[in-house]
Design a protein around this ligand. Structure first.
Ligand code: TXA
Ligand code: MG
Length: 322
């Protein structure tokens, strides 16, 4: 692997793009200090140019190279959760490119725990900007194969670090103010964060910094997707018309279903569920179902990230059918 990592570093130094395994999802990495390389990210993903990128670092000691006015909350969260699936939004250092920040005065920073990402960052020695390695608006890749499927030749090298352990994108916390705000839920929950900070976490406000994952249609499968409460699944299936089949059904407990319904039994454990979700959705998307029906998940904070991604997947329905 070290040979491949050296090759990846060469590619990054010469302004190319590398597919990077992280513990959350695969990233599409470029040298965060090279504007030409950053532009390639937006082209490869077909992502609007004003959507900010997360800069990945080898360890928290590099924070001050990228951010200023680092709050106590930021220091505490970094100490507690890094390396790991948490992104901190901080005031940017003066040198940081507008291509990274989307023209805002803040920057998203994260120290990933995946050993391959870590080795790459350490060898590279600077920040790597990396959005999820999917085309804009599509499901994030959780395997190297999925990255190649999404981006093909637009990426110079994909480092294969196996299936991502967490499976959904990092929790994003804005720590630029006294009251931290969660901008995107992830598997590090609001409850965990407020326990560590010993204070409550503010809800996201309308004028909070832009998070592209917050667009309604993000994380969307191509197939029409509906979220249905457990109690209503049988009735929902019964009300489908012949032309609505075949359907795929994601549930957490076995259920007797009509013919032409392919059941995917998901885990009752949110960690396992998150780990499997994008891989399952990607697989189902290829199978030409008329629709995907997903059982709603519990209300507790451990399920926040999953509920968020499922809601987005289902909300794309109207747009996608136009
Ligand atoms: O788990 C993850 O966070 C993955 C892996 C590869 O690290 N990355 C990821 O990147 O999900 P991306 O670009 O798909 O989503 C990052 C989100 C975007 O929605 C972006 O808008 C937000 O982070 N973001 C980045 N910088 C920001 C900033 N300065 N203010 C507010 N949001 C920011
Ligand atoms: Mg993304």
């Amino acid at each position: 692997m070290q040979n491949l990592i050296n090759k990846a570093v060469e590619i990054l130094r010469s302004g190319g793009l590398v597919g990077i395994p992280t513990e959350t999802v695969y990233g599409l990495g470029a040298d965060a200090r090279n504007p030409e390389a950053l532009k390639k990210i937006f082209a490869a993903k077909q992502r609007p140019i004003d959507h900010p990128l997360i800069v990945h670092l080898a360890d928290a000691s590099q924070l001050s190279e990228w951010a200023v006015d680092i709050s106590d909350s930021a220091v505490i969260l970094a100490k507690h959760f890094w390396p790991g699936p948490l992104t901190l939004i901080l005031k940017k250092a003066p040198h940081v490119s507008d291509l990274v920040t989307g023209g805002q005065d803040t920057i998203g920073l994260r120290v990933p725990s995946h050993p391959v990402a870590h080795a790459l960052l350490q060898t590279f020695g600077s920040g790597i900007a990396a959005p999820s390695a999917n085309r804009f608006g599509r499901i994030s890749p959780t395997t190297a194969e999925a990255v190649r499927e999404e981006l093909g030749d637009a990426v110079d090298l994909v480092l294969d670090g196996g299936a991502c352990e967490v499976g959904v994108e990092s929790t994003i916390v804005d720590v630029t103010t006294d009251e931290p705000v969660i901008l995107r839920p992830g598997m590090i929950t609001a409850t965990q964060i407020s326990e560590v900070l010993k204070k409550s976490i503010a809800a996201k406000k309308k004028d909070a910094p832009r998070v592209s994952g917050s667009l309604e249609t993000h994380y969307a499968p191509v197939t029409k997707t509906s979220l249905v409460n457990s109690k209503n699944i049988s009735a929902f299936l019964q009300n489908l018309k012949t032309e609505d089949f075949p359907v795929a059904l994601l549930i957490r407990e076995k259920l007797n279903v009509p013919e032409l319904v392919e059941t995917v039994l998901m885990s009752e454990n949110p960690k396992q569920y998150a780990h499997d979700l994008y891989h399952v959705m990607r697989g189902l998307d290829k199978k030409k179902f008329k629709q995907i029906i997903i059982e709603e998940v519990p209300d507790d904070s451990e399920w926040d990230a999953i509920r968020d991604r499922l809601t987005r997947a289902a909300s794309s329905e109207n747009l996608k059918r136009n």
